[in-house]
Design a protein around this ligand. Sequence first.
Ligand code: HEM
Length: 176
Amino acid sequence: MNYGPLEGLIGNWTGNSGMDVAPEPDGTDHEPYRETLLFDPIGDVDNAETQELMVLRYHQSVFKLSNGEMFHNESGYLSWDVHSNAIIQSFSIPRGVSVVAQGTARADEDRWTHIDVSADPSTISQADFMRDHARTLAFSRRISVRDNELRYSQTTSLHIYDRDFEHTDENTLTRM
Ligand code: HEM
């Protein structure tokens, strides 16, 4: 099975240099974190007899360095469209938000593979409470992988506490 630009992600990863920037009612919280991230190949999926996706299932668990508390959990799929070369990432988080982000993958001259995906309101679903009190307006994520190193950075654009807020996360992981 050929997973194309996703091939280098397959496996178990861990990293302890994460930084979360999250909204607080009266300001901004900066929280250092560690995480585990698992990418598991699950084969191909065909859509409408024409689209062929090669799919990884993934699961991310994120813990505060300060006290070990798990404070983010995310499950989803990362798919490569064999014919168009497009990337699709679909995922859910326990708050009641589901995202379908789409984009591209490319290799650079230093052998890094960069996967860039983004989502706008038309591909973000959220529970009524979240829509009314902590709305996700947009999402973008870059994952870069080379050999046994994986880096990501992401921005979740929120409207919460009567203001717009750029909720960001980034980490560097190594293969376990
Ligand atoms: C490493 C990844 C992430 C971490 C560590 C993280 C952590 C946090 C934290 C600490 C808050 C503040 C509220 C609280 O204390 O519970 C928060 C809020 C929020 N996050 Fe994340 N988050 C991450 C990724 C995401 C992603 C990918 C999404 C959705 C696309 C998301 C959606 C939200 C939303 C909607 C809120 C507002 C809810 C609230 O503050 O009450 N987060 N996140």
